[in-house]
Design a protein around this ligand. Structure first.
Ligand code: ZN
Length: 133
């Protein structure tokens, strides 16, 4: 059901500074920058081969990313797996007593359906399943 790693989410304090680093120093090109109001973040996507780096800057102190940075500092926030059907993956996981943050898929970056799995059920790794591409 999982097709590949879609992206790696990284929590950042200053998106513009990080965009400069990823483009000017690492030489990657930014695919898009968008604001996801639902999660109170500004997002920049950098494709790296088949995988993308998703930089996430909180736009409010209420954002889950702001709380993450407060607790743990900047750094890797989540790993996202591409699936063909988020809904059926959610029911598959629920069927195995996996704890989900989103029991109903919601809209993430790029307007695609996503759902987060609780890190308690994934050995400490916040995991996203998404349908993007
Ligand atoms: Zn993500």
């Amino acid at each position: 059901m999982i097709r590949k790693i879609d992206h790696i989410g990284i929590a950042v304090r200053n998106l513009d500074e990080q965009i400069k680093f990823y483009s000017d120093i690492l030489g990657l090109s930014c695919q898009e920058i968008e604001e996801v109001t639902d999660q109170k973040v500004r997002v920049a996507m950098f494709p790296v081969g088949e995988v993308r780096i998703e930089l996430l800057q909180p736009t409010s102190s209420e954002s889950p990313i702001a709380r993450f940075i407060e607790k743990k500092g900047e750094g890797i926030h989540h790993i996202a797996y591409l699936v063909s059907d988020v809904k059926s993956m959610v029911s598959h996981l629920e069927g195995h007593q996996v704890q989900l943050i989103d029991r109903e898929p919601r809209i993430g970056a790029g307007g695609h359906q996503i759902a987060f799995v609780h890190p308690k059920s994934t050995f400490g790794v916040l995991t996203e399943i998404c349908e993007s591409e």
